[in-house]
Design a protein around this ligand. Structure first.
Ligand SMILES: Cc1ncc(COP(=O)(O)O)c(C=O)c1O
Length: 372
């Protein structure tokens, strides 16, 4: 679904992109990574990179593994988390196509929508967000991510769960409305998870390779939360292009919605799109995609006490604040897997913290029961 709707091919002139962005005062980079054949598309600088790789010594000792955390929660403050890495490439593409209005969709507390609204504001563009909620006639009060969406000036369009199934159509409808008003729309699919957005995590794989090259070589698994698949797809393509799979460095996703097969299919499709649209030739196969399910718990964005207890422990033991919807569930899954088999992921585990802190605040009452 989704994708840019202008009908233009995905390749675009670097010069055009640079001049469009320069006119908007944006910092554009095109660069090569000399140790590999990776040549990245244009990128707008939004994230503070590289993020740190930090040891979690106390938690690692408890779990019987050498544990690190990759701090993608610190890509920024309000413009933070994994979405910003994807939006760097998506916004460069949007500007190269002359877009002035970004349209995207997500749940009512979507981190991706918040990041998109703020990135649009930063770059002087408008944003329209299609937000899924139980009763669109009675939308939720402005709080957390939603409050930030409105503070950033995003136009909110409420849709029901039934309408969510037709989101591709509804995104196009909004694009036509924007066009009819004389503006130029650009559609970003949910989570920014398409081939262009996933370049953000090809670049993150490069960063992780550099981080790990500074440590003694050991079998390592990078564990991430899978929500719409773009993070996993970028990591896997990056891993193939950089030969990490041959260095005993694996990527494992823990899904927070849907199931294993859904993510294998979705991630494989995005990886194939990256190969086809950009000539990456990474050749990621479904068998390369390691996904663990079984930790969705009560359902997407529904938390159970055991998950919140692990989240609370992490704040008290490490001052690491996970979010309840993505990283909290994935980390809970990691803890449970390691508790049953500390050798499950090899000697070293890197947990990718993909952000989402604003998702904590709607859960204040539930969390109060745990901390009190
Ligand atoms: C905080 C956070 N972590 C992880 C994810 C999952 O990443 P992806 O959608 O790329 O699978 C998301 C969004 O879906 C997110 O907001």
């Amino acid at each position: 679904m989704g994708g840019p709707i202008s009908g233009l091919p995905f390749t675009f002139s670097a010069l055009e992109a640079r001049s469009a962005l320069a006119a908007a005062g944006c910092n554009v980079m095109k660069y090569r990574v000399d140790m590999s054949r990776i040549e990245y598309p244009e990128r707008v600088r939004l994230a503070r990179l590289p993020t740190a790789l930090e040891p979690l010594v106390r938690t690692g000792e408890l779990l019987g593994v050498e544990l690190y955390i990759k701090r993608d929660d610190t890509t920024g403050t309000e413009l933070s988390g994994n979405k910003i890495r994807k939006l760097e490439f998506l916004f460069a593409d949007a500007r190269a196509r002359g877009a002035d209005t970004i349209i995207t969709c997500g749940g009512e507390q979507s981190n991706h929508c918040r990041a998109t609204a703020l990135a649009a504001a930063r770059l002087g563009l408008r944003s329209v967000l299609l937000l899924r909620t139980d009763d669109p006639a009675n939308p939720p009060a402005l709080s957390s991510n939603l409050l930030l969406d409105r503070l950033a000036g995003a136009e909110l369009v409420w849709i029901s769960r039934a309408e969510w199934a037709r989101r591709a159509e509804l995104l196009k409808f909004q694009a036509e409305r924007v066009r009819a008003a004389g503006r130029t729309p650009y559609i970003i699919p949910e989570g920014g998870s398409n081939a262009i957005g996933s370049w953000g995590y090809v670049l993150a794989a490069q960063e992780l390779a550099d981080d790990l090259a500074r440590l003694p070589a050991k079998p390592t698994t990078i564990v991430y939360a899978a929500g719409s698949g773009g993070t996993g797809a970028g990591l896997l393509v990056g891993s193939k292009l950089l030969g990490l799979d041959k260095k005993d460095i694996r990527m494992t996703g823990i899904c927070v919605c849907d199931d294993r097969q859904y993510f294998v299919d979705t991630i494989h499709r995005i990886c194939s799109d990256l190969d086809q649209q950009f000539g990456c030739n990474a050749g990621v196969e479904p068998t390369d995609i390691d996904i663990i399910d079984g930790y969705i718990g009560l359902g997407y964005a529904e938390s159970q006490p055991a998950e919140l207890e692990v989240l609370c422990d992490m704040v008290r033991r490490e001052a690491i604040v996970l979010d309840p919807v993505y990283t909290g569930k994935a980390f809970y899954g990691l803890v449970k897997e390691l508790e049953s088999d500390s050798a499950r992921f090899g000697q070293r585990v890197v947990f990718l913290h993909t952000g989402g802190i604003f998702g904590l605040f709607p859960l204040a009452e539930k969390l109060a029961q745990i901390v009190n």
